[in-house]
Design a protein around this ligand. Structure first.
Ligand code: ZN
Length: 388
């Protein structure tokens, strides 16, 4: 059996773009965004439509217990490369997050199948259920991919590839069309409580205050510099802060904040945790306060498979684009699969870096190039396997 060395097969740009737009009809909003929350009627109808498109392509569709959608060639092998992404959106989401990787996977599989390419038998498409965790009762995200990774079905998966929009501005800024994602940042969150003394905002002299609010604010202000000194690529966010009792005429007796750090280095995340504790003690003491620092969650760094990443680089070059390597600062189903099978991701740029927003977009030529890159990657994977 000989496998063609890519380039002679092309995804159908029109069909790809039509199907991405067709899928966005499910949960479409007047502002161009999409509300396709996992488990909602729009999500159920969208997944039923997806299965119809699978059948129309002459492929075998299936759904597992949790609601993940799969497609395979009718004569697909038992061990295969899985590729896809998620079918749900956040409330007020865009048309590409998740959907793009699912529809591109379908386009790749049907292109291979209709051309009777031998790689068609070695690849399957998936659309994972509830990646976003946006339902009020959702226990966090990555629900479908986690259920699949823990099921008997994972035994057939040799490797996983996920094509996704970047959801940030790095690629557009740098002028990159395609990127091989090396891994996903680890995320550590800390709850900090400053304990001071609530008192009258007028009668308490400045030098006699134990102002927990000021201590928490001073800490928040220092965190950017602390993070940058440890890892210039680290991002830090104080997205929650609360003063108690929270009245304009009362010096806060207690203040709470949550600091979140994301980095591609576990070492840097550990170091910033220590630095945070030290800084919290220092600013608390300066305000006559005491402090508690608790790490409330820690998601480890995901490192994608080095061999797959190298293979993707070859394939992406062939798909004609400036391929580079970068880290993902957002979570993806690929992080779940990476714990079980060799996994890697491809990114295309996001216009203005906007995502989880109705304005989310990527220029059509880049969407097509990304799908072509996925096709080249699948062919490269299959031919490497045959060579082995
Ligand atoms: Zn996504």
């Amino acid at each position: 059996m000989t496998l063609s060395q890519g380039t002679d097969l092309q995804v159908c740009a029109e069909r790809l773009l039509d199907d991405i737009a067709g899928f966005a009809k499910f949960g479409e909003r007047p502002d161009g965004g999409v509300d396709r929350i996992a488990g909602s009627p729009a999500d159920l109808e969208g997944r039923a439509w997806l299965l119809r498109r699978v059948a129309e392509a002459g492929l075998a569709g299936s759904t597992d217990e949790i609601g993940n959608v799969f497609a395979a060639a009718p004569d697909g092998e038992d061990r295969y490369l899985l590729t896809g992404s998620h079918t749900d959106t956040v409330p007020g989401g865009g048309w590409l997050d998740g959907a793009y990787g699912v529809i591109a996977a379908l386009e790749v599989l049907r292109t291979l199948h209709e051309n009777r390419h031998p790689a068609a038998r070695m690849v399957r498409m998936t659309g994972f259920f509830d990646e976003e965790g946006a339902r009020p009762d959702s226990p966090g995200g990555l629900i479908g991919s986690t259920a699949f990774a823990d099921s008997a079905g994972i035994a057939g998966v040799e490797a996983f590839l996920e094509l996704h929009i970047e959801q940030g501005p790095r690629m557009e800024t740098a002028g990159w069309d395609l990127a091989v994602v090396q891994g996903i940042v680890g995320i550590d969150r800390y709850a900090v409580t400053m304990n001071g003394s609530a008192n009258h905002a007028g009668t308490t002299p400045m030098r006699q205050r134990a102002d927990a609010g000021m201590a928490a604010t001073n800490l928040a202000v220092r965190l950017r510099q602390i993070a940058a000194a440890i890892d210039p690529a680290m991002v830090v966010t104080v997205g929650f802060m609360e003063f108690v009792p929270g009245a304009p005429n009362v010096i806060p007796g207690e203040a709470r904040l949550v600091a979140e750090f994301r980095s591609g280095s576990e070492h840097a995340l550990d170091a910033v945790g220590s630095a945070l504790r030290y800084a919290a003690q220092t600013v608390a003491a300066a305000e006559r306060c005491t402090c508690d620092v608790v790490r409330i969650s820690a998601k480890p760094v995901t490192v994608f498979d080095a061999r797959l990443c190298r293979m993707l680089e070859t394939a992406l070059d062939r798909a004609g684009g400036t391929a580079t390597r970068l880290l993902s600062y957002a979570g993806h189903d690929a992080s779940v699969l990476a714990a079980r099978v060799p996994t890697a991701m491809i990114f295309v740029p996001s216009t203005a870096g906007v995502s989880h927003n109705p304005k989310e977009d990527t220029p059509e030529p880049q969407l097509v190039r990304g799908a072509q890159a996925l096709l080249e990657s699948v062919i490269e994977y299959a031919s490497a396997k045959v060579r082995v």
